[in-house]
Design a protein around this ligand. Structure first.
Ligand code: HEM
Ligand code: HEM
Length: 284
């Protein structure tokens, strides 16, 4: 049963990484093969950095940042190290999203196209601002040693909820952007005539949606959460000689919370709520 849960996690993770990677390949092929390529010249090739950086950074890298605590082979690493990896990947995603905005604003200004007129741009800018705030708050609350434990505990449910909410908004904004670009960009034949580019980019949208669904599933199963017991044992260092037994302990926790047991989902949730309330999840 332990191995089943472990294997199921690995299957979801592999599927998510594969779909995410293929999405990045698709967006590159879109701009390099169907569109004008990549350049920083105020023209359409500069605009193309916008989808490329957004799909690579804001979608793919952010998704990995969200699930990084759940990778079983990292449970032997210190929580502090995992916090730096989580924060580092989120910072990388933020920088890529910010550069993608510079590209599209610069393109609009160079071409005298009005800024911020579409629903896509409103929701997209809001997502980037909220993401920046989430990053800042995350660093202040979970990395600065002076932050009191009660504050870390109180903010964790909000941190997790807003993280998942922003990720969902990012997926939705990407789909809006893709649709807009296809409608604007395809003239003869038009989008409604389903030329090869339209079909190809529709598939990109489906891939991004599936990636979002897989990441959200991976990040919301209570039984795949980084185990609390190990957080106590692994304050310092990574890969010590007792790591094997720690992962063993962790995997046995998985078996206790396996959803094959009709009552286990509820039990697991209750247990995890207790962890949150007692602050074990947030403060280690
Ligand atoms: C424009 C954000 C994804 C296509 C914009 C603008 C913002 C933005 C703020 C307004 C720029 C301005 O007014 O000068 C985002 C965010 C995304 C995202 C945060 C990811 C979550 C995408 C994707 C595409 C795309 C994947 C696909 C090509 C467009 C297009 C415009 C645009 C065509 C110009 C038209 C408009 O202003 O709505 N985007 N975007 N976007 N974006 Fe995105
Ligand atoms: C957990 C999102 C930045 C610290 C989480 C979770 C999400 C998330 C969705 C739940 C993960 C899970 O249940 O396995 C985000 C986003 C961020 C961000 C979108 C940036 C915009 C940060 C930063 C820190 C941080 C900068 C500082 C170190 C934590 C901690 C946890 C967590 C300590 C609890 C992990 C656990 O033990 O389960 N974050 N986060 N986050 N995050 Fe962030």
């Amino acid at each position: 049963m332990v191995m089943d849960s472990h294997r199921l996690f690995l299957s979801f993770l592999t599927a998510a990484l594969a779909v995410g990677f293929v999405s990045v390949v698709f967006v590159l092929r879109w701009v390099l093969y169907f569109k004008e390529g990549l350049a920083w010249d105020g023209g359409l090739a500069e605009f193309n950095w916008h989808p490329v950086l957004v799909v690579t950074g804001f979608v793919f890298v952010q998704g990995i940042a969200i699930v990084v605590y759940r990778l079983p082979w990292t449970w032997k690493c210190s929580k502090m190290m995992m916090k730096f990896i989580h924060a580092g990947l989120n910072t990388l995603a933020f920088i890529m999203a910010a550069i993608s905005l510079v590209a599209v604003f610069d393109f609009h200004n160079a071409q005298n196209i009005p800024n911020m007129y579409s629903l896509h741009s409103w929701v997209g800018l809001a997502a980037v601002i909220l993401y920046g705030l989430q990053l800042l708050l995350g660093v202040c609350v979970y990395l600065l040693p002076i932050t009191p434990v009660y504050l870390r505990v109180a903010i964790m449910p909000l941190h997790v909820y807003s993280g998942l909410f922003i990720f969902t908004i990012v997926i939705a904004t990407s789909l809006m952007g893709i649709t807009e670009k296809l409608i604007f960009g395809l003239k003869d034949p038009k989008y409604k005539d389903s030329p090869p580019e339209a079909i190809f980019v529709n598939v990109l949208g489906v891939l991004i949606t599936v990636y979002g669904a897989l990441i959200l599933w991976l990040a919301t199963r209570p039984s795949w959460q980084r185990p609390r017991e190990l957080q106590h044992q692994t304050q310092h260092g990574c890969g010590d000689e007792t790591a094997g037994s720690k992962v063993g302990t962790a995997l046995s926790l998985l078996s206790n919370t396996n959803s094959d047991n009709p009552e286990s989902g509820f039990d697991a949730r209750k247990r995890n709520c207790k962890l949150d309330e007692s602050g074990q999840r947030s403060t280690m």
